[in-house]
Write a protein that binds this ligand. Structure first.
Ligand code: SF4
Length: 197
């Protein structure tokens, strides 16, 4: 999987509006140079055929999936090492690059799911992650129980946070009608959200 991050998108994400200082540009370029060897993206998805015990978001869908992706542990360890070495700026920039990379990995996963759905005759789908409106964070456990893919290397903490941190999971649905209470309207993240469709 080839995840490319451009200097401009990283600068934008760290909130830099002025022409960047040479030292900042140097750090950004160093971080981007590190990324290729630090990220080991993995992803998996599974069609859900059960009709029982479904999270509310999947109820009524004709075609249903769970999916998850991660950048792997190497990336995570490097961010921690940079903090421990007293390099918080580099650690922050690397962490931000990781956020961009996991979003792109998630988009590739979503493309794969949509291709699978298209082959089954479904064009338009929706995806949501635990923490979205109407989707309890505890749904993470349901997702990973269904995926049952130890190769991914994602584990959950007691509070259902994913480890490594730069991981994501989602539910996807095609066909059927979504309940209004599960729509994105009113979500505080609405304007910046890359998940809603
Ligand atoms: S706007 Fe985005 S974060 Fe909010 S509920 Fe919709 S998909 Fe989830």
């Amino acid at each position: 999987m080839n995840i490319q991050i451009h200097r401009e998108e990283l600068l934008k994400q760290i909130g830099y509006k002025e022409p960047p200082q040479p030292r900042l540009l140097e750090m950004v370029d160093e971080v981007l140079g590190l990324l290729e060897e630090l990220i080991e993206p993995k992803q998996a998805f599974k069609e859900i055929e059960d009709q029982k015990d479904l999270p509310p978001f999947l109820i009524g869908a004709v075609l249903k999936y769970t999916g998850a992706a991660t950048l792997g542990p190497k990336f995570e360890n490097k961010v921690k090492d940079l903090f421990d070495e007293g390099k918080p700026a580099e650690a922050y920039i690397l962490d931000t690059a990781g956020s961009i990379a996991i979003t792109k990995t998630g988009n590739l996963l979503w493309d794969e799911i949509r291709q699978d759905a298209a082959a089954k005759g479904f064009k338009k789908g929706l995806r949501r992650t635990p923490g979205c409106r109407g989707i309890e964070i505890e749904t993470q456990q349901w997702i990973f129980d269904r995926l049952a893919d130890p190769e991914l290397g994602i584990t959950l903490t007691e509070s259902c946070m994913m480890v490594p941190r730069k991981s994501l999971s989602f539910l996807a649905r095609f066909g059927g009608k979504l309940k209004r209470t599960l729509s994105c309207r009113g979500c505080p993240q609405y304007s910046d959200c890359s998940l809603r469709g």
